[in-house]
Design a binder for this molecule. Structure first.
Ligand code: SF4
Length: 169
């Protein structure tokens, strides 16, 4: 089974189409249950896939590492904006099966929606993952909005030759 696990409702960005962190009362900024309880809930599953989600999941790296240590047989996925890529150690990154990096296409479009300089940070993160030997599925996770040209944004990301797949929404 695929489990989406919110590590925090907090985010370090304020993208135009999202607005940033969830209110704490809607999606708590801290995990409200113990890792023990989570392990008990999942450990009977023979083929668990765990996807870390947020907010920005890398704002809670300690929780991510603890879950991965306690459930070593699971497959792991993370969806991140990529800015805080150094919050996890290299060996943890190599343990992921899939990493989704949020990027909206060309620099102008990504920076318009996600903030100045974010395009470059995401590409740095993608290159970093390749350089440290991450061999899983690296997915560009696009949000398409009014300023996007779907053909140009997808083609741009394909031409970078960094991503294994492009996903848009
Ligand atoms: S990185 Fe994701 S969660 Fe954070 S503001 Fe942007 S769209 Fe929202």
């Amino acid at each position: 089974m695929l489990y989406f696990i919110f590590t925090t409702g907090r985010c370090n960005l304020q993208c135009k189409y999202c607005g940033g962190s969830f209110p704490n009362y809607l999606v708590p900024w801290n995990v409200k249950y113990s890792v023990n309880d989570l392990v008990k809930f999942i450990e009977g599953d023979e083929k668990p896939i765990i996807a870390f989600y947020g907010g920005e999941p890398l704002l809670n790296p300690k929780f991510i590492v603890e879950v991965m240590e306690r459930l070593p047989r699971a497959k792991y996925v993370i969806q991140t904006n990529g800015v805080l890529i150094n919050n996890l150690e290299e060996k943890i990154w190599r343990r992921f099966n899939t990493v989704l990096l949020s990027i909206d296409g060309r620099r102008r479009i990504t920076d318009y929606y996600r903030g100045t300089g974010i395009y470059d940070k995401v590409l740095e993160a993608a290159k970093y993952l390749k350089n440290i030997g991450f061999s899983g599925d690296l997915i560009a996770r696009m949000t398409v909005s009014e300023e996007s040209d779907i053909y140009l944004e997808v083609k741009h990301l394909l031409d970078l030759n960094l991503f294994d797949h492009i996903h848009w929404q």
